[in-house]
Design a protein around this ligand. Structure first.
Ligand code: SF4
Length: 352
């Protein structure tokens, strides 16, 4: 690892660039710790452009922590529908409830206390503390590790969790103690817009301080070993109607992948059995008028679903698969659904 010799000049270059060039984002107009917290949770694993409308709707619907704390789960998940990683929403609500119940509705302003809240990891803690309260605390995510690994030629593997500590330590050495909010956001902004996987070094405000640039090694960093291989599961989903034109759905279990969201009957097809036969075996239903709808991939963090989807009608409705029931179009609209189900639903919902 190299060091930055002129720390004050580095901070000055980063901060003045940030103040000049920062994107106008809705959560940059507030220092309300709850709003900053919401934005940081939404931004995990999700692009800024995607988050903006979700953030605005969420804050409109749950403008205070008290309102979010008492919201019902369906309304919460509906607000998060399509954003993915739904446990984030539940953890956020649980963390907010803890603040309302145990901290008199005031988000704690020390790393020790805020880190006790559900869903608040080291990055979120540092982001809320620095941006909302001006506390000089590190907020290191993947973007920041990319930037710092290049600036300081840090060659440790960022895929290994303990490597993050190295970055947290160097950020604490460099952070601007007068304006930690702009410093952390400046690093994040640089990682998001200039020091991207293919860095735009000629536009970089801190190029003079960058060890990787001076050695022509910026594209080699950060060092990141390959993730474990993705498991690919072929899945068939059936949007099934009864004679009244209602649709068959169930709520997924309260724990696990896509917990609590609503779905059409689905079968995994790792054994290669034909979808209709699999439906018969697994759900005991006989289908007719089966029509192809969509074929697509849905990628989670460790699994890919290779989805085929069908529209079908049930032969008789005497016995429904356990946990399933029929809903009108309007009712299905109101249920929180995961992205793969939404895609199918958008395709079929107004068809006669
Ligand atoms: Fe990143 Fe290039 Fe700037 Fe270095 S000079 S921080 S590699 S954009």
């Amino acid at each position: 690892m190299q060091i930055i010799m002129k720390k004050d000049e580095f901070r000055e270059a980063l901060l003045s660039w940030y103040h000049r060039e920062k994107r106008d984002l809705p959560w940059r107009h507030t220092s309300n710790p709850y709003y900053i917290w919401v934005s940081e949770i939404m931004l995990q694993q999700t692009r800024v452009d995607t988050v903006i409308p979700y953030y605005e709707r969420f804050i409109d619907s749950f403008p205070t922590m008290e309102i979010l704390a008492s919201a019902n789960e369906n309304d919460l998940l509906k607000m998060w529908e399509g954003l993915g990683y739904y446990s984030r929403a539940r953890n956020l609500q649980m963390g907010v409830r803890e603040v309302v119940e145990n901290y008199g509705g005031e988000v704690p302003d020390t790393r020790q206390e805020i880190s006790k809240l559900k869903g608040v990891g080291p990055y979120t803690a540092g982001a809320v503390l620095s941006i909302a309260f001006g506390v000089p605390e590190h907020a290191v995510d993947g973007n920041v590790m990319r930037v710092m690994s290049r600036l300081l030629l840090i060659e440790e593997d960022i895929a290994i969790p303990r490597t993050k500590k190295i970055f947290e330590t160097v950020v604490m050495e460099l952070i601007d103690r007068k304006d930690p909010s702009s410093f952390n956001q400046g690093l994040m902004e640089l990682g998001a817009t200039i020091c991207t996987p293919k860095p735009k070094c000629l536009l970089c405000p801190v190029r003079d301080f960058c060890n990787a640039f001076h050695e022509g090694r910026q594209e080699e960093l950060p060092v990141k070993t390959k993730k474990t291989t993705m498991k690919v599961i072929p899945v068939a989903s059936f949007a099934i109607q009864n004679k009244q034109g209602e649709w068959l759905l169930r709520q997924r279990p309260a724990k696990g992948l896509l917990a609590g969201l609503w779905e059409f009957p689905m079968v995994e097809r790792l054994d290669g059995i034909a979808p209709l036969e699999k439906m018969r075996q697994q759900f005991g239903v006989e289908l007719e008028n089966v029509v192809d709808v969509l074929t697509f991939k849905h990628i989670f963090s460790h699994i890919t679903w290779e989805m085929t989807s069908f529209k079908a009608q049930m032969k008789g409705t005497d016995s429904l698969p356990p946990g399933y029931r029929f809903f009108t179009v309007e009712e299905v609209e109101a249920l929180p659904k995961p992205v793969p189900v939404l895609k199918i639903w958008e395709e079929i919902k107004w068809e006669e």
